[in-house]
Design a protein around this ligand. Structure first.
Ligand code: SF4
Length: 243
């Protein structure tokens, strides 16, 4: 796409869908990287993932959920005991507070169950649209777009929207990509942000959607230097991790 030409809504939709299909081809295995067995576990894990990595959250949640498996257990947990379990995730006092309150609200308002509706989820303490959409999409199979820091940055770089506000990004991108794809769209864009289109040094020279990206060149364009910037299973020598 030429940056100095105004793109029609139809051309934007076509380009966005092409980019999504290509990213899906690049990351067919993209998925929610938080471990969970039920909606409650995913809801709590997503709340804990603020300001830390999914890997760190996955390290503490087995102990958390085996000690306090239900919303009622979480609501009545001993605060200092839970703080010790959550300590590795950072901000552990605030996170313990959030989990205790979340458990109490689920017991009080939803019989201890996680409600499968956006409007109910966002009323829970510490739960915003991002968390709600993660839970809807991955625990209930209800399509949702998760606008985290990666999704917002990439949507703007790829020229899908100029919006900064996450809710506006969600609606703008939701209008470009069919609803049934929204959950997978969130996964592949977030995977791309973590592996290739980094905040500081995007690997433009190794990017499969570079030909459609108006921001091509904001990062490293030399193919070899760009390939060296790729992370996780795309990092040089890590191909075996692609499953
Ligand atoms: S070309 Fe560069 S800026 Fe555009 S999506 Fe790829 S890595 Fe990101």
């Amino acid at each position: 796409m030429s940056a100095d030409r105004v793109e029609s809504p139809l051309a934007l939709t076509r380009r966005a869908r092409r980019m999504y299909r290509t990213l899906h081809g690049q990351y067919p295995y993209a998925h929610c990287e938080l471990d969970f067995d039920n909606p409650l576990q995913l809801l709590v894990a997503t709340v804990l993932s603020a300001q830390t990595t999914d890997v760190t959250v996955n390290r503490v949640t087995p102990a958390l959920f085996s000690r306090w498996p239900t919303a009622a257990d979480l609501a009545s947990a001993d605060r200092s005991e839970m703080e010790e379990v959550l300590r590795p995730t950072g901000f552990f006092r605030a996170k313990t507070n959030s989990v205790l309150k979340l458990g109490a609200a689920l017991v009080e308002d939803h019989d201890g169950q996680v409600p499968p509706r956006l409007k109910d989820l966002v009323k829970l303490p510490g739960v915003g649209r991002k968390t709600a959409n993660v839970v809807l999409g991955n625990a209930f199979g209800i399509p949702g777009i998760t606008v985290d820091t990666h999704f917002g940055r990439l949507s703007r770089r790829m020229g899908w929207t100029d919006e900064e506000d996450p809710v506006k990004v969600e609606h703008a991108v939701g209008g470009l990509i069919p609803r049934k794809e929204w959950t997978m769209l969130s996964h592949v864009v977030i995977f791309h942000g973590r592996r290739t289109c980094h905040a500081r040094r995007p690997a433009c020279g190794a990017c499969p959607v570079a030909r459609w990206c108006p921001s091509y060149g904001v990062g490293e364009t030399d193919p070899e230097a760009a390939a060296a910037l790729l992370k996780y299973e795309l990092a040089p020598g890590a191909e075996a991790k692609r499953v």
